[in-house]
Ligand binder design. Structure first.
Ligand SMILES: Cc1cc2nc3c(=O)[nH]c(=O)nc-3n(C[C@H](O)[C@H](O)[C@H](O)COP(=O)(O)O)c2cc1C
Length: 421
Protein backbone atom coordinates (compact mmCIF):
# COMPACT_ATOMS: atom_id res chain seq x y z
CA UNK A 1 0.00 0.00 0.00
CA UNK A 2 1.44 3.37 -0.94
CA UNK A 3 1.29 6.09 1.63
CA UNK A 4 0.23 9.52 0.51
CA UNK A 5 2.75 11.77 2.19
CA UNK A 6 2.26 15.20 0.75
CA UNK A 7 4.42 18.03 1.89
CA UNK A 8 2.93 21.49 1.82
CA UNK A 9 3.40 22.58 5.40
CA UNK A 10 6.33 20.34 6.19
CA UNK A 11 8.17 20.87 2.88
CA UNK A 12 11.08 22.65 4.59
CA UNK A 13 11.13 20.56 7.75
CA UNK A 14 14.70 19.81 8.82
CA UNK A 15 16.22 22.32 6.39
CA UNK A 16 17.63 25.17 8.51
CA UNK A 17 18.73 27.06 5.40
CA UNK A 18 15.07 27.40 4.41
CA UNK A 19 13.72 28.51 7.77
CA UNK A 20 13.43 32.18 6.75
CA UNK A 21 12.10 31.43 3.27
CA UNK A 22 8.45 32.20 4.21
CA UNK A 23 9.45 35.87 4.56
CA UNK A 24 10.17 36.03 0.83
CA UNK A 25 6.42 35.58 0.35
CA UNK A 26 5.73 38.17 3.06
CA UNK A 27 7.93 40.65 1.18
CA UNK A 28 6.18 39.94 -2.10
CA UNK A 29 2.71 40.23 -0.57
CA UNK A 30 3.44 43.48 1.29
CA UNK A 31 4.85 45.06 -1.85
CA UNK A 32 2.59 43.71 -4.56
CA UNK A 33 -0.66 42.17 -3.33
CA UNK A 34 -3.45 44.31 -1.90
CA UNK A 35 -5.16 43.23 1.33
CA UNK A 36 -8.41 42.62 -0.60
CA UNK A 37 -6.58 40.36 -3.06
CA UNK A 38 -5.03 38.39 -0.20
CA UNK A 39 -8.49 37.79 1.28
CA UNK A 40 -9.77 36.79 -2.16
CA UNK A 41 -6.89 34.36 -2.64
CA UNK A 42 -7.58 32.67 0.71
CA UNK A 43 -11.32 32.50 -0.09
CA UNK A 44 -10.62 31.04 -3.55
CA UNK A 45 -8.21 28.46 -2.14
CA UNK A 46 -11.05 26.91 -0.13
CA UNK A 47 -8.85 26.73 2.98
CA UNK A 48 -10.89 25.43 5.93
CA UNK A 49 -10.00 26.11 9.55
CA UNK A 50 -8.05 23.26 11.15
CA UNK A 51 -9.11 24.01 14.73
CA UNK A 52 -11.99 21.53 14.62
CA UNK A 53 -14.99 22.92 12.78
CA UNK A 54 -13.51 23.27 9.29
CA UNK A 55 -14.98 26.75 8.92
CA UNK A 56 -13.95 28.46 5.64
CA UNK A 57 -11.06 30.80 6.40
CA UNK A 58 -11.99 33.21 3.58
CA UNK A 59 -15.42 33.93 5.09
CA UNK A 60 -13.91 34.67 8.49
CA UNK A 61 -11.16 36.87 7.07
CA UNK A 62 -13.64 38.83 4.98
CA UNK A 63 -15.82 39.42 8.04
CA UNK A 64 -12.90 40.89 10.01
CA UNK A 65 -11.60 42.86 7.03
CA UNK A 66 -15.02 44.48 6.52
CA UNK A 67 -15.25 45.74 10.11
CA UNK A 68 -14.60 49.46 10.41
CA UNK A 69 -12.35 49.76 13.42
CA UNK A 70 -8.99 51.41 14.11
CA UNK A 71 -8.01 48.56 16.35
CA UNK A 72 -8.21 44.90 15.34
CA UNK A 73 -6.42 41.82 16.60
CA UNK A 74 -5.22 38.47 15.33
CA UNK A 75 -4.88 35.34 17.48
CA UNK A 76 -3.20 32.06 16.54
CA UNK A 77 -4.88 29.36 18.56
CA UNK A 78 -2.32 26.76 19.64
CA UNK A 79 -4.03 25.68 22.87
CA UNK A 80 -4.19 21.99 21.92
CA UNK A 81 -5.78 20.72 25.09
CA UNK A 82 -7.25 17.68 23.34
CA UNK A 83 -5.60 14.39 24.41
CA UNK A 84 -3.28 12.91 21.80
CA UNK A 85 -3.11 16.11 19.73
CA UNK A 86 0.30 17.61 19.05
CA UNK A 87 0.28 18.87 15.46
CA UNK A 88 0.17 22.59 16.31
CA UNK A 89 2.99 22.14 18.81
CA UNK A 90 4.92 20.36 16.07
CA UNK A 91 4.48 23.30 13.71
CA UNK A 92 5.35 25.92 16.31
CA UNK A 93 8.43 24.07 17.45
CA UNK A 94 9.84 23.05 14.07
CA UNK A 95 8.51 25.70 11.66
CA UNK A 96 7.85 28.82 13.77
CA UNK A 97 8.58 31.22 10.89
CA UNK A 98 5.94 29.54 8.73
CA UNK A 99 3.34 30.28 11.42
CA UNK A 100 4.58 33.85 11.97
CA UNK A 101 4.70 34.60 8.21
CA UNK A 102 1.09 33.36 7.91
CA UNK A 103 0.10 35.67 10.76
CA UNK A 104 1.80 38.69 9.17
CA UNK A 105 0.00 38.08 5.86
CA UNK A 106 -3.32 37.47 7.61
CA UNK A 107 -2.99 40.48 9.93
CA UNK A 108 -2.30 42.84 7.06
CA UNK A 109 -5.19 41.38 5.03
CA UNK A 110 -7.75 42.02 7.78
CA UNK A 111 -6.18 45.18 9.24
CA UNK A 112 -4.88 43.84 12.57
CA UNK A 113 -1.83 45.47 14.10
CA UNK A 114 -1.48 43.45 17.28
CA UNK A 115 -1.58 39.69 17.72
CA UNK A 116 -1.06 36.83 20.11
CA UNK A 117 0.13 33.28 19.70
CA UNK A 118 -1.74 31.30 22.34
CA UNK A 119 0.28 28.24 23.33
CA UNK A 120 -0.44 25.24 25.56
CA UNK A 121 0.77 26.00 29.10
CA UNK A 122 3.12 23.02 29.23
CA UNK A 123 4.64 23.51 25.77
CA UNK A 124 7.69 25.40 26.95
CA UNK A 125 9.72 24.24 23.94
CA UNK A 126 7.14 25.80 21.57
CA UNK A 127 7.06 29.04 23.53
CA UNK A 128 10.86 29.20 23.37
CA UNK A 129 10.91 28.44 19.63
CA UNK A 130 8.23 31.02 18.86
CA UNK A 131 9.85 33.67 21.08
CA UNK A 132 13.22 33.15 19.40
CA UNK A 133 11.59 33.30 15.96
CA UNK A 134 9.69 36.50 16.88
CA UNK A 135 12.97 38.10 17.99
CA UNK A 136 14.60 37.10 14.73
CA UNK A 137 11.66 38.39 12.67
CA UNK A 138 11.78 41.71 14.55
CA UNK A 139 15.53 41.97 14.01
CA UNK A 140 15.08 41.37 10.29
CA UNK A 141 12.34 43.97 10.04
CA UNK A 142 9.41 41.60 9.37
CA UNK A 143 7.67 42.71 12.57
CA UNK A 144 7.40 46.11 14.22
CA UNK A 145 6.68 49.55 12.82
CA UNK A 146 6.36 50.17 9.08
CA UNK A 147 7.41 46.67 8.02
CA UNK A 148 9.76 46.84 5.02
CA UNK A 149 8.60 50.40 4.37
CA UNK A 150 5.10 49.18 3.51
CA UNK A 151 3.33 51.38 6.02
CA UNK A 152 1.98 48.28 7.75
CA UNK A 153 2.92 47.69 11.41
CA UNK A 154 2.44 44.56 13.46
CA UNK A 155 3.42 43.45 16.91
CA UNK A 156 3.08 39.77 17.93
CA UNK A 157 3.45 38.24 21.40
CA UNK A 158 3.28 34.81 22.96
CA UNK A 159 0.43 34.21 25.42
CA UNK A 160 0.41 31.09 27.58
CA UNK A 161 -2.92 29.25 27.26
CA UNK A 162 -5.30 28.63 30.14
CA UNK A 163 -5.34 25.13 31.61
CA UNK A 164 -7.87 22.62 30.29
CA UNK A 165 -9.56 21.57 27.11
CA UNK A 166 -12.21 24.30 27.11
CA UNK A 167 -9.45 26.95 27.32
CA UNK A 168 -8.93 26.35 23.58
CA UNK A 169 -12.46 27.37 22.58
CA UNK A 170 -12.10 30.71 20.81
CA UNK A 171 -14.09 32.89 23.21
CA UNK A 172 -12.34 31.26 26.19
CA UNK A 173 -9.06 32.12 24.45
CA UNK A 174 -10.14 35.76 24.21
CA UNK A 175 -11.31 35.84 27.83
CA UNK A 176 -7.97 34.48 29.02
CA UNK A 177 -5.90 36.92 26.99
CA UNK A 178 -8.05 39.69 28.49
CA UNK A 179 -7.02 38.46 31.95
CA UNK A 180 -10.27 36.67 32.82
CA UNK A 181 -10.89 32.95 33.51
CA UNK A 182 -10.50 30.83 30.35
CA UNK A 183 -14.20 30.06 29.98
CA UNK A 184 -16.40 30.40 26.89
CA UNK A 185 -18.68 33.39 26.52
CA UNK A 186 -21.88 33.68 24.48
CA UNK A 187 -21.83 33.95 20.68
CA UNK A 188 -23.02 36.08 18.92
CA UNK A 189 -21.39 38.54 18.93
CA UNK A 190 -18.67 36.57 17.17
CA UNK A 191 -15.00 37.43 17.65
CA UNK A 192 -14.97 38.75 14.07
CA UNK A 193 -17.08 41.70 15.28
CA UNK A 194 -16.42 41.77 19.04
CA UNK A 195 -13.31 39.89 19.98
CA UNK A 196 -10.43 40.99 22.18
CA UNK A 197 -11.47 44.00 24.25
CA UNK A 198 -14.60 44.16 22.07
CA UNK A 199 -12.57 44.82 18.93
CA UNK A 200 -12.81 42.76 15.70
CA UNK A 201 -10.48 39.78 16.06
CA UNK A 202 -9.35 37.07 13.67
CA UNK A 203 -8.96 33.79 15.57
CA UNK A 204 -7.46 30.99 13.53
CA UNK A 205 -5.87 27.72 14.42
CA UNK A 206 -2.06 27.52 14.14
CA UNK A 207 -2.23 25.01 11.28
CA UNK A 208 -4.75 27.17 9.39
CA UNK A 209 -2.32 30.07 9.55
CA UNK A 210 0.61 27.87 8.54
CA UNK A 211 -1.23 27.19 5.26
CA UNK A 212 -1.35 30.88 4.36
CA UNK A 213 2.23 31.38 3.14
CA UNK A 214 2.21 28.34 0.77
CA UNK A 215 -1.16 29.46 -0.62
CA UNK A 216 0.03 33.01 -1.32
CA UNK A 217 3.29 31.69 -2.80
CA UNK A 218 1.69 29.16 -5.15
CA UNK A 219 -1.82 30.49 -5.69
CA UNK A 220 -5.36 29.38 -4.90
CA UNK A 221 -5.64 27.07 -7.95
CA UNK A 222 -2.50 25.18 -6.91
CA UNK A 223 -3.93 24.70 -3.42
CA UNK A 224 -7.23 23.45 -4.81
CA UNK A 225 -5.33 20.92 -6.93
CA UNK A 226 -4.33 19.20 -3.67
CA UNK A 227 -6.82 17.34 -1.51
CA UNK A 228 -10.52 17.21 -2.38
CA UNK A 229 -13.20 19.65 -3.45
CA UNK A 230 -14.63 19.46 0.07
CA UNK A 231 -11.28 19.91 1.82
CA UNK A 232 -8.51 21.36 -0.33
CA UNK A 233 -4.91 20.97 0.80
CA UNK A 234 -3.26 18.65 3.25
CA UNK A 235 -4.06 17.70 6.81
CA UNK A 236 -1.64 17.37 9.68
CA UNK A 237 -2.70 14.30 11.60
CA UNK A 238 -1.78 13.24 15.11
CA UNK A 239 -1.73 9.45 14.90
CA UNK A 240 -2.21 7.46 18.12
CA UNK A 241 -2.53 3.74 18.76
CA UNK A 242 -0.50 2.73 15.69
CA UNK A 243 2.96 1.16 15.49
CA UNK A 244 4.51 4.44 14.36
CA UNK A 245 2.64 7.14 16.24
CA UNK A 246 3.41 10.75 15.40
CA UNK A 247 2.47 13.77 13.33
CA UNK A 248 2.03 13.18 9.61
CA UNK A 249 1.01 15.43 6.76
CA UNK A 250 -1.37 13.71 4.35
CA UNK A 251 -3.32 14.89 1.37
CA UNK A 252 -6.96 15.51 2.35
CA UNK A 253 -9.10 12.67 1.01
CA UNK A 254 -6.56 9.96 1.85
CA UNK A 255 -8.52 6.90 3.03
CA UNK A 256 -8.38 6.23 6.75
CA UNK A 257 -7.08 2.71 6.02
CA UNK A 258 -4.07 4.09 4.22
CA UNK A 259 -3.28 6.46 7.07
CA UNK A 260 -3.48 3.70 9.67
CA UNK A 261 -1.68 0.93 7.76
CA UNK A 262 0.40 2.71 5.12
CA UNK A 263 1.64 5.59 7.26
CA UNK A 264 1.08 4.46 10.84
CA UNK A 265 2.33 0.90 10.21
CA UNK A 266 -0.92 -0.66 11.42
CA UNK A 267 -2.45 -0.89 14.87
CA UNK A 268 -0.07 -1.16 17.82
CA UNK A 269 -2.24 -3.88 19.35
CA UNK A 270 -3.85 -7.01 17.94
CA UNK A 271 -6.32 -5.35 15.62
CA UNK A 272 -8.88 -2.59 15.42
CA UNK A 273 -12.34 -2.51 16.92
CA UNK A 274 -13.09 1.20 16.78
CA UNK A 275 -11.62 4.49 15.64
CA UNK A 276 -12.08 8.07 16.76
CA UNK A 277 -10.93 9.94 13.63
CA UNK A 278 -11.16 13.46 15.02
CA UNK A 279 -10.25 13.17 18.68
CA UNK A 280 -12.52 13.00 21.70
CA UNK A 281 -14.88 15.52 20.10
CA UNK A 282 -15.70 13.28 17.13
CA UNK A 283 -17.67 10.00 17.10
CA UNK A 284 -16.65 6.36 16.83
CA UNK A 285 -16.30 4.64 13.48
CA UNK A 286 -16.11 0.87 13.05
CA UNK A 287 -13.89 -1.21 10.78
CA UNK A 288 -16.55 -0.95 8.02
CA UNK A 289 -15.59 2.70 7.77
CA UNK A 290 -11.89 2.20 7.08
CA UNK A 291 -12.20 3.37 3.48
CA UNK A 292 -13.70 6.73 4.37
CA UNK A 293 -11.68 9.60 2.85
CA UNK A 294 -10.27 11.94 5.46
CA UNK A 295 -12.11 15.17 4.72
CA UNK A 296 -14.71 17.17 6.64
CA UNK A 297 -17.75 16.26 4.50
CA UNK A 298 -17.26 12.48 4.25
CA UNK A 299 -16.73 12.13 7.99
CA UNK A 300 -19.76 14.27 8.77
CA UNK A 301 -21.86 12.08 6.46
CA UNK A 302 -20.88 9.12 8.64
CA UNK A 303 -21.96 10.92 11.78
CA UNK A 304 -18.41 11.64 12.88
CA UNK A 305 -16.01 14.51 12.23
CA UNK A 306 -12.45 15.28 11.28
CA UNK A 307 -12.11 17.65 14.26
CA UNK A 308 -8.46 18.45 14.81
CA UNK A 309 -7.42 15.29 12.90
CA UNK A 310 -6.39 13.31 15.95
CA UNK A 311 -6.79 9.61 15.29
CA UNK A 312 -7.26 7.22 18.22
CA UNK A 313 -7.45 3.48 17.59
CA UNK A 314 -9.12 1.07 19.99
CA UNK A 315 -7.92 -2.47 20.12
CA UNK A 316 -9.90 -5.44 18.88
CA UNK A 317 -10.03 -6.71 22.48
CA UNK A 318 -11.03 -3.39 24.05
CA UNK A 319 -14.27 -3.22 25.99
CA UNK A 320 -16.18 -0.35 24.40
CA UNK A 321 -18.13 0.35 27.58
CA UNK A 322 -14.84 0.94 29.35
CA UNK A 323 -13.56 3.06 26.44
CA UNK A 324 -16.73 5.17 26.42
CA UNK A 325 -16.49 5.68 30.15
CA UNK A 326 -12.85 6.87 29.83
CA UNK A 327 -13.94 9.50 27.31
CA UNK A 328 -16.83 10.51 29.59
CA UNK A 329 -14.36 10.87 32.44
CA UNK A 330 -12.47 13.36 30.29
CA UNK A 331 -15.64 15.30 29.41
CA UNK A 332 -16.89 15.41 33.00
CA UNK A 333 -13.49 16.61 34.21
CA UNK A 334 -13.20 19.27 31.50
CA UNK A 335 -16.66 20.88 31.57
CA UNK A 336 -16.32 24.46 32.77
CA UNK A 337 -19.71 24.11 34.47
CA UNK A 338 -21.28 27.33 33.15
CA UNK A 339 -24.08 25.60 31.23
CA UNK A 340 -26.49 23.30 33.02
CA UNK A 341 -26.90 20.73 30.18
CA UNK A 342 -23.13 20.29 30.02
CA UNK A 343 -22.46 20.34 33.77
CA UNK A 344 -25.22 17.81 34.44
CA UNK A 345 -25.03 15.90 31.14
CA UNK A 346 -21.32 15.06 31.22
CA UNK A 347 -21.59 13.89 34.84
CA UNK A 348 -24.65 11.77 34.04
CA UNK A 349 -22.92 10.18 31.04
CA UNK A 350 -19.99 9.32 33.29
CA UNK A 351 -22.22 7.92 36.02
CA UNK A 352 -24.21 5.82 33.56
CA UNK A 353 -21.13 4.43 31.85
CA UNK A 354 -19.43 3.65 35.18
CA UNK A 355 -22.60 1.95 36.44
CA UNK A 356 -22.59 -0.20 33.36
CA UNK A 357 -18.91 -0.99 33.68
CA UNK A 358 -19.33 -2.01 37.30
CA UNK A 359 -22.41 -4.12 36.68
CA UNK A 360 -24.61 -1.70 38.61
CA UNK A 361 -26.92 -0.51 35.82
CA UNK A 362 -30.55 -0.26 36.90
CA UNK A 363 -33.54 -1.59 34.92
CA UNK A 364 -34.15 1.85 33.47
CA UNK A 365 -30.55 2.43 32.35
CA UNK A 366 -31.42 2.86 28.67
CA UNK A 367 -34.26 5.24 29.50
CA UNK A 368 -31.90 7.31 31.63
CA UNK A 369 -29.38 7.41 28.80
CA UNK A 370 -32.05 8.69 26.37
CA UNK A 371 -32.87 11.38 28.94
CA UNK A 372 -29.25 12.57 28.99
CA UNK A 373 -29.15 12.54 25.17
CA UNK A 374 -32.11 14.91 25.09
CA UNK A 375 -30.64 17.13 27.85
CA UNK A 376 -27.40 17.52 25.89
CA UNK A 377 -29.24 18.41 22.68
CA UNK A 378 -29.82 22.00 23.88
CA UNK A 379 -27.78 25.07 23.07
CA UNK A 380 -24.72 25.58 25.25
CA UNK A 381 -21.82 28.03 25.11
CA UNK A 382 -19.24 25.76 23.54
CA UNK A 383 -20.96 22.44 22.83
CA UNK A 384 -18.64 20.23 24.90
CA UNK A 385 -21.74 18.33 26.03
CA UNK A 386 -22.74 17.66 22.41
CA UNK A 387 -19.29 16.29 21.69
CA UNK A 388 -19.58 13.94 24.69
CA UNK A 389 -23.05 12.95 23.53
CA UNK A 390 -21.80 12.10 20.01
CA UNK A 391 -19.11 9.81 21.45
CA UNK A 392 -21.57 8.10 23.80
CA UNK A 393 -24.27 7.74 21.17
CA UNK A 394 -21.88 6.29 18.58
CA UNK A 395 -20.47 3.78 21.07
CA UNK A 396 -23.98 2.76 22.13
CA UNK A 397 -25.15 2.41 18.53
CA UNK A 398 -22.10 0.71 17.02
CA UNK A 399 -21.46 -1.65 19.92
CA UNK A 400 -25.03 -2.26 20.97
CA UNK A 401 -24.28 -5.92 21.76
CA UNK A 402 -21.54 -5.04 24.21
CA UNK A 403 -23.72 -2.47 25.91
CA UNK A 404 -26.67 -4.89 26.09
CA UNK A 405 -24.42 -7.59 27.54
CA UNK A 406 -23.20 -5.22 30.27
CA UNK A 407 -26.80 -4.55 31.21
CA UNK A 408 -26.88 -8.15 32.38
CA UNK A 409 -23.38 -8.65 33.73
CA UNK A 410 -20.05 -6.88 33.64
CA UNK A 411 -17.33 -8.18 31.32
CA UNK A 412 -14.03 -9.67 32.43
CA UNK A 413 -12.04 -6.58 31.52
CA UNK A 414 -14.35 -4.23 33.45
CA UNK A 415 -14.44 -6.64 36.38
CA UNK A 416 -10.65 -6.80 36.70
CA UNK A 417 -10.46 -3.03 36.28
CA UNK A 418 -12.93 -2.64 39.16
CA UNK A 419 -11.04 -5.09 41.40
CA UNK A 420 -7.53 -3.89 40.48
CA UNK A 421 -8.06 -0.34 39.19
C1 LIG B 1 -14.07 22.80 23.80
C2 LIG B 1 -13.36 23.38 22.61
C3 LIG B 1 -11.96 23.37 22.55
C4 LIG B 1 -11.29 23.90 21.45
N1 LIG B 1 -9.91 23.85 21.42
C5 LIG B 1 -9.25 24.37 20.35
C6 LIG B 1 -7.83 24.36 20.29
O1 LIG B 1 -7.15 23.86 21.18
N2 LIG B 1 -7.23 24.89 19.18
C7 LIG B 1 -7.97 25.46 18.16
O2 LIG B 1 -7.39 25.95 17.20
N3 LIG B 1 -9.31 25.45 18.19
C8 LIG B 1 -9.97 24.95 19.25
N4 LIG B 1 -11.34 24.99 19.27
C9 LIG B 1 -12.03 25.66 18.15
C10 LIG B 1 -12.01 27.18 18.36
O3 LIG B 1 -13.14 27.55 19.13
C11 LIG B 1 -12.07 27.94 17.03
O4 LIG B 1 -13.15 27.46 16.27
C12 LIG B 1 -10.79 27.83 16.21
O5 LIG B 1 -9.67 28.22 16.95
C13 LIG B 1 -10.93 28.70 14.97
O6 LIG B 1 -9.84 28.49 14.11
P1 LIG B 1 -10.03 27.86 12.66
O7 LIG B 1 -11.18 28.56 12.02
O8 LIG B 1 -8.74 28.17 12.00
O9 LIG B 1 -10.29 26.40 12.85
C14 LIG B 1 -12.02 24.45 20.37
C15 LIG B 1 -13.43 24.45 20.42
C16 LIG B 1 -14.09 23.91 21.51
C17 LIG B 1 -15.59 23.91 21.52
Amino acid sequence: MSSVHKRVLLADLGNPDASLRPYETVKHVLRQVSPADVVRCIADSGLRGRGGAGFPAGIKWRAVAQELSDIKYIVANGAEGEPGTYKDRYLMKHLPHLVIAGMIIAARAVGARKGYIYIHHEAEDCMAAIRAALDEARRLGYLGEDILGSGFSLDLDVHMAGVGYVAGEETAVLQFIEGKPAMPRAKPPYPTTKGLWEKPTLVNNVETLANVEPILRNGAAWYRSIGTADTPGTILMSLNGVRNPGVYEVEAGTPLREVIYGIGGGPAGEGIKAILPGGYASAFLGTDDLDVPLEYGALRERGSSLGCATIHLFDKNACMVEVASKVMQFAAAETCGQCFPCRKGTREFLKLSLDLERGKAGEDWEQQLEGVFSLTGRKTLCGLDKAASAVMRSAYRLFADEFAQHLRFTCESCYSEAVHP
